[in-house]
Design a protein around this ligand. Structure first.
Ligand code: GAL
Length: 957
């Protein structure tokens, strides 16, 4: 390996660094002084690690013409692009795999900050300089004296600096290299973003200050007693006034307490007082254990309704402020998420403080991934090479020591996609030894040698069920462990589909303890021309495109339909139609809480119109219990459709949402709508080049409608194409069933419509066509039969597949243009309100809705099929009413599907002067194949004979 033989030898040195202090708990003191060094720093970026000498670190150095950047920040996201650009790769290293060497072209940012100590900075004592995150390798000087160097980007590093501080004119110099040996350990699927991206803080250390300490706070669910013991390097006293606790450090105390859980995040404020310092403690009593093959907290098996969270902000990258972290936590809580895996590195420590406070289970993951070695069958993997073990152990220690006092952290994760090997085992051994109170997680070892839970990513439903039933075989150790899906349901673009079916399995089988959707937020980079940039937009030579935009939130943190769906699927109260008419069955699916914090109401809707809500009274239901509840009398719909909606809302304000926030809901049918009446009686009349049929006018030659109920329309015809979604296109490692590609290969995006006949007879105008792509025999015989009663016109479409169809269809319905309509046009409909597809429709709620065409567009960062509304009974737009028989999928766009399909960024889409309407009889499912399995077979749209109708008329007042 590369010793420190040259001035920059440390960059390629596999050791974790030199000169830093041992890792310890992270805390903000109550009384010791501190000085934030965040703010404007001078920056000089050079092309190589050794382009400049270290003269800049000397006091008196003139950095006059250096530009300024903000710390915390990434230099490639600041300035005008002259500091370089971000690079996105999924698992490929963006440099030759030649460990521990990194390219000679190694962007290096020399950072300079001058500071004075505040006037009241205490005399005496020492001081520490803390870096909470620097990517990827830093060398540090204070007042011309070198302090040392470190690697481990998302981990804290501290130096003792008291002896070097001056009252004023201190010069802090930090040289940051983008690439280092550490980069081999940080191959997470995300942007490579160099910089000092977390806080830099100077901490006064008074004589007798606290050092490291470990809060042990367990809970005995049998006796209801908590036991607190604070082990501290520096002796002192521990007080928890609310509990009357006042004990010496190291001394245990047992007493009745309320436990901490993610549902009931009870914290007790305390203080650790040493001779020189008071440290605030937030104590949460809970005990985590894997027992009887289950992961239990306080004796109860928990179900994770989780998300994988990378730190992301579209302008600041991984430099998150507290407000953004809080927004994440609030959004999670408001969407019924109860768990976070901090993929794939420890987050900013303040995030964990928020998880303690608001209540989220956390799997805290170490900053470790070596995925790129998979390309060479894991040969030379640092995780199985003893020379790297000290670096791995250093990383493990830095995360555990930093975060060990957070009750929200219930598991340690060794890292992600790093293969297996002795280094990983050494980490697991160390973690188990240092903190036996928390289980250890790691997904990459199928034998679970080093772990306490069995973890998988992206298994199909059927396999999850096999594991649940113990039919998967595998190592003996593994068979006795609970299953956690550390990643599932890839939320890239439109989707994921299949969430509800996973949740059913999780709720059915004890061994399944839930999972973590991949992932929380799209990592789109705000970009002046592109809206949000993704891989390739910065000219990277290797990149993975928009695979970096696979979150439940859009980059600006607007929830995507995927998050709305997830919220519904994981709701902690299940409401279903009851065993007898007029009742519902309510099940408490919390693990710890009863339902007393919720208010239940029922309202009935007649043809989508709510008739007023009434309170429901429920018996107190303990976790797991159900009750059958009678609903108020339903109104007589007089032939119209009648539905009930039951909602569970917060009865009181909570720290994370106000009173009335909806937690769970369900709908059911009381009376179905009457079938649409026949629309007949008027004969088509040929009038020159037109055929007139009631309120519709057709082209006599082609049979295509020109106006419907007086509204000009164009190009009405069968449509089977959708702008393929990321999940349609699938991931490259799923070569066989990537239907997005197979559809295009077959030519479904360029089908031709051959006119066979236009027949106007006594009671109908019938247009017969054959719809098929060039070069193939497969086609769809399609007949459009138009009838009218004088005020309305009814279209019945019959489709008969011919030839050899080997793929499902993307969609089956009609499309037409509303000439002269715009994106701002208003739309009214009765049906599902949110975007929905066959396997992502749990959150589709029937009601009367209104929106503009623009509002219906879902802004997936890479444009693709979006915006369908499910179960639409009728819709009105641009002076036209459309009733469906049966219900249909409604989509309206201010551009064509072809434009949508061709667009790479949202800014490529420009509204035109026609609104394009799709009325679909069926849609193909969405699935999760951009990384995981495709749609379940039941959501496939196989070509088969089909018939469906629409009635067009003028809107009803
Ligand atoms: C997993 C990986 C994640 C991410 C995801 C796909 O294999 O752990 O980091 O790459 O796939 O988006």
């Amino acid at each position: 390996m590369s010793p420190h033989t040259t001035a920059t030898g440390y960059v390629e040195d596999v050791s974790p660094g030199r000169g830093t202090l041992p890792p310890r708990a992270w805390y903000a003191s109550s009384d010791a002084a501190s000085l934030s060094l965040n703010g404007r720093w001078r920056l000089r970026v050079s092309a190589t690690a050794d382009a400049e000498d270290d003269a800049f670190a000397e006091p008196g150095y003139d950095s006059g013409d250096w530009p300024e950047v903000t710390v915390p920040g990434h230099w490639v996201l600041q300035g005008d692009g002259s500091f370089g650009s971000p690079i996105y790769t999924n698992h490929l290293y963006p440099f030759p795999v030649d460990p521990p060497h990194v390219p000679t072209e190694n962007p290096t940012g020399d950072h300079l900050r001058l500071f004075d100590l505040p006037g009241d900075w205490p005399a005496g004592g020492g001081a520490m300089l803390r870096f909470d995150g620097v990517e990827s390798c830093a060398r540090v000087w204070l007042n011309g004296t070198e302090l040392g160097d470190f690697k481990g980007s998302r981990l804290p590093h501290e130096f003792a600096v008291g002896h070097l501080l001056e009252p004023s004119g201190n010069v802090l110099a930090v040289r940051v290299h983008q690439w280092s040996a550490g980069s081999y350990l940080e191959d997470q699927d995300q942007w490579w973003l160099p910089g000092v991206f977390r806080d830099v803080t100077l901490l006064h250390r008074p004589a007798g200050a606290a050092g490291d300490f470990f809060v042990h706070a367990s809970y005995d669910h049998v006796t209801g007693a908590g036991t607190l013991r604070v082990d501290s390097d520096v002796e002192g006293r521990v007080t928890v006034p609310e509990l009357g606790v006042d004990v010496a450090t190291g001394e245990p105390v047992t007493l009745p307490v309320e436990p901490w859980t993610a549902e009931t995040p009870r914290l007790y404020d305390g203080v650790l007082a040493t001779a020189g310092e008071r440290v605030p403690l937030r104590v949460g009593f809970r005990t985590v254990a894997v027992e009887d093959g289950l992961l239990k907290v306080n004796g109860t098996a928990v179900l994770f309704r989780g998300v994988n969270r990378h730190e992301w902000h579209p302008r600041r990258g991984r430099a998150l402020d507290l407000a953004t972290m809080r927004e994440d936590v609030l959004l999670m809580k408001r969407h019924n998420v109860n768990a976070v895996r901090t993929s794939h590195y420890p987050p900013h420590p303040a995030f964990l403080g928020l998880c303690d406070e608001y209540g989220l289970w956390v799997i805290d993951e170490c900053d470790l991934e070596t995925h790129g070695f998979v390309e060479q069958d894991w040969r030379d993997n640092p995780v199985d090479d003893g020379r790297w073990t000290p670096a791995l152990l250093d990383r493990a220690a830095r995360v555990v020591e930093r975060d060990k006092n957070h009750p929200s952290v219930v598991m340690w994760s060794l890292g992600n996609e790093a293969g297996t090997g002795r280094g990983l085992t050494a980490m697991a051994d160390w973690v188990h030894g240092r903190d036996p109170s928390r289980p250890v997680h790691y997904e990459g070892d199928p034998d679970c040698r080093d772990t306490d839970v069995y973890s998988r990513m992206y298994p199909p439903h059927a396999e999850v069920e096999r594991i649940a039933r113990g039919l998967d075989g595998g190592a003996r150790r593994r068979r006795g462990l609970p299953l956690i899906l550390c990643e599932y349901a890839h939320a890239m673009g439109n989707g994921p589909g299949g969430l509800a079916e996973y949740q059913e399995l999780f709720e059915r089988y004890d061994r399944l303890q839930g999972g973590f959707v991949w992932e929380w937020i799209d990592h789109g980079v705000a970009h002046p021309e592109l809206g949000y940039a993704y891989g390739g937009d910065f000219g990277e030579e290797l990149h993975d495109g928009n695979f970096v935009c696979d979150g439940l939130l859009f980059p600006d943190r607007t929830p995507s339909p995927g998050l709305v769906e997830y919220k519904k699927v994981i709701e902690p109260v299940r409401i279903e139609a009851g065993g007898t008419d007029g009742t519902v069955r309510v099940t408490n699916r919390y693990d710890f809480a009863d339902l007393s914090h919720l208010e239940f109401t029922c309202s009935h809707q007649v043809d989508g119109m709510p008739t007023g809500a009434r309170r429901l009274t429920l018996p107190p239901l303990a976790p797991g219990e159900s009750a059958e509840v009678r609903l108020p009398e339903a109104p007589d719909g007089k032939g119209e459709e009648v539905q009930w909606t039951v909602e569970a809302r917060l009865a009181e304000d909570t720290p994370w949402a106000g009173r009335n926030h909806e937690v769970a809901w369900a709908q059911g049918t009381v009376a179905r709508r009457a079938p649409l009446p026949a629309v007949t009686g008027v004969r088509p009349a040929v009038d020159g080049d037109r055929i007139v049929l009631g309120p519709a006018v057709f082209d006599a030659r082609t049979g295509a409608p020109r106006t419907l109920a007086g509204v000009p329309v164009r190009d009405l015809r069968l449509d089977v194409w959708r702008a393929t979604t990321d999940n349609d296109d699938g991931a490259p490692w799923q070569p066989d069933t990537r239907y997005g590609l197979l559809w295009r290969e077959l030519g479904l995006h360029r089908v031709r419509h051959r006119l066979v006949a236009v027949d106007a007879d006594d009671d109908a105008l019938t247009v017969r066509t054959r719809v098929a792509p060039a070069g193939r025999e497969a086609g769809l015989r399609t007949a459009y039969r138009w009838t009218s009663d004088g005020t309305r016109v009814r279209l019945t479409v019959s489709v008969l597949p011919e030839g050899d169809w080997r793929v499902p269809l993307p969609r089956l319905g009609i499309r037409f243009g509303l000439v002269g309509a715009t994106a701002e046009d208003a739309l009214f409909w009765f049906g599902g309100g949110n975007e929905a597809y066959p396997d992502s429709r749990a959150a589709s709620r029937d009601l009367l809705w209104d929106a503009s065409v623009r509002d219906l567009q879902t802004p997936y960062v890479r444009p693709q099929e979006n915006g369908a509304r499910a179960d639409v009974r009728w819709a009105e737009i641009g002076g036209l009413r459309i009733d469906g028989d049966p219900e249909f999928w409604f989509t309206a766009r201010p551009w064509t599907t072809e434009h949508l399909d061709a667009a790479r960024h949202l800014t490529d889409l420009v509204p035109g002067d026609t609104v394009w309407i799709n009325l679909d009889h069926r849609q193909h499912g969405v699935g999760s194949q951009s990384c995981g399995p495709g749609p379940l077979p039941r959501y496939f749209l196989w070509p088969e004979p089909a018939e469906f109708s629409f009635v067009f008329s003028e809107p009803r007042d």
